[in-house]
Write a protein that binds this ligand. Structure first.
Ligand SMILES: *Cc1c(COP(=O)(O)O)cnc(C)c1O
Length: 360
C-alpha cells in the first residue's frame, strides 16, 4: 500500500543545521578548523554543569523525574515566577513544537517575521498552519505590520528577541504599543534565546507580559554552553502551562539535562565570563572590520551579520577551505551577508584574517 503523507508535511523543507566540524573537515580534507556558525558558547560548557552531570551518570538506569521538580523550583526562584509558570523542554525547540501542537488546527494562522529562526516555520507547518510571513524592516521586526496581519484565525505570533540572524531587539515602548493591539485569542511567543547578551537596556522582556498571553522561551544552549544537553524552558501563564503539560512527553528533560541545567544556574562565574568575552570580542570585531573597511550590522547578541558585497555562498566556501566555518545567509534571503558567531579571541583574529584574505 502506498504511504499517504499529508500535504502540509510534504511542504516542509528540512532544517539544515550547521554541520559538525568533523564532517566538514572530512569533506574538505582539512584539519584544525574553527566553527563560528551556530552561536554556541566558545568557552565550552559551564564547569559546574559538567560536574553535576558526572554525578548523576551512575543513576542512568532510572527514569528522570518526570516533573523536573528540582530544576523548576530553582528556575522559579531565579526568575521570580511561580512553579506553575514554567514548562521544561528538550531544548526550547520542543516548547515551540508543543505550542503549535496544542493551539493549531489545520488552517489556523501563524505570524512569523522573516528572516528569523527556522524552527517556527517547521513546527507551525507540521501542525497544518497557514503561515503569514512579515518581512523585517531595516533588519528589525516590523511590529506594526505584524499587528496588521492579525485576524480571527491567528493563533500564534513568533517574535525572536534579539532576532536570529539579525541581532536586533524590540524596544519596551514598541512592544507596549504592540501588545495593546493583540486580541485575547492570540498567543505571542517571545523567543529570548539570546536575551542574556543584550547591552541595550531598553529591550522588551516577555516575562513582564505573562498575563497578556505572552509565552517567553529561554534556553541553556547558548549562555550556559549546554547545547548538546538539550534543555530549555518556557515561562507562561498557569493556564497555558497546564495546556502544554497535557501534551508534554513526561521524560522530555533527561536526568543529565535536569542536573546540568540546575547547576549551570548557580555558575555565576561562567555566566559572567561568557558575557564579558562576548562583549569584549564584539567590540574587537567591530573595530577590526572598521579598520579594513568591511560593512557589518551591530548586534545585541553573540552573533552578527557582515555585508561581504559578493556571493555569501562563495565567501562561505572559500573561508571553509582555510578552516573558518561561518554561515551563509542566502537561505535567509540575504545573498551577500554572512553570519558569524563570537568565538575566543584567537578564533576571532583568525576569522578577521581569513575574511580579509577571502575578500581581497
Ligand atoms: C539557538 C536558538 C534556540 C535554542 O534552541 P534549543 O532547542 O534550546 O537549543 C532557540 N531559538 C533561537 C532563535 C535560537 O537561535
Amino acid at each position: 500500500m502506498k504511504l499517504k503523507v499529508p500535504e502540509h508535511i510534504l511542504s516542509i523543507k528540512p532544517y539544515v543545521p550547521g554541520k559538525p566540524i568533523e564532517e566538514l573537515e572530512r569533506e574538505y580534507g582539512i584539519s584544525g578548523s574553527i566553527k563560528l556558525a551556530s552561536n554556541e558558547n566558545p568557552l565550552g560548557p559551564s564547569p559546574m554543569a559538567v560536574k553535576a552531570v558526572e554525578k548523576v551518570l551512575s543513576g542512568l538506569n532510572r527514569y528522570p523525574d518526570g516533573s523536573g521538580r528540582e530544576l523548576v523550583i530553582r528556575l522559579s526562584k531565579h526568575l521570580k515566577v511561580s512553579y506553575n509558570n514554567i514548562v521544561l523542554g528538550n531544548g526550547s525547540d520542543e516548547i515551540i513544537e508543543m505550542l503549535t501542537t496544542a493551539f493549531i488546527l489545520p488552517g489556523d494562522e501563524v505570524i512569523i517575521p522573516v528572516p528569523s529562526f527556522l524552527m517556527y516555520e517547521i513546527s507551525a507547518k507540521s501542525s497544518g498552519a497557514k503561515l503569514l510571513f512579515i518581512p523585517l524592516k531595516s533588519l528589525s521586526i516590523d511590529l506594526d505590520a505584524v499587528a496588521e496581519a492579525i485576524t480571527d484565525k491567528t493563533r500564534l505570533i513568533f517574535l525572536c528577541n534579539p532576532n536570529n540572524p539579525t541581532g536586533t531587539v524590540i524596544s519596551k515602548k514598541s512592544f507596549d504599543e504592540f501588545i495593546e493591539k493583540v486580541p485575547e485569542h492570540v498567543i505571542v511567543v517571545m523567543d529570548e534565546a539570546y536575551i542574556e547578551f543584550i547591552r541595550d537596556k531598553d529591550c522588551a522582556r516577555g516575562m513582564d507580559y505573562i498575563d497578556s498571553n505572552v509565552v517567553t522561551l529561554r534556553t541553556f544552549s547558548k549562555i550556559y554552553g549546554l547545547a548538546g544537553l538539550r534543555i530549555g524552558y518556557g515561562i507562561m501563564s498557569e493556564y497555558i502551562a497546564g495546556i502544554l503539560n497535557r501534551i508534554r512527553p513526561p521524560f522530555n528533560a533527561s536526568s543529565l539535562a535536569q542536573a546540568g541545567a540546575a547547576a549551570a544556574l548557580d555558575d555565576k562565574d561562567f555566566f559572567n565570563k561568557t558575557i564579558r568575552l562576548v562583549h569584549d570580542e564584539l567590540d574587537f570585531m567591530y573595530e577590526s572590520l572598521d579598520k579594513i573597511g568591511i560593512g557589518f550590522f551591530p548586534t545585541q547578541s553573540n552573533f552578527f551579520l557582515i555585508d561581504v558585497k559578493k556571493s555569501a555562498d562563495d565567501v562561505f566556501e572559500n573561508m571553509l577551505k582555510i578552516g573558518v566555518i561561518v554561515r551563509s545567509m542566502i537561505s535567509y534571503g540575504y545573498p551577500e551577508y554572512i553570519r558569524v558567531s563570537i568565538g575566543l579571541h584567537e578564533e576571532n583574529i583568525r576569522f578577521i584574517n581569513a575574511l580579509e584574505k577571502v575578500l581581497s
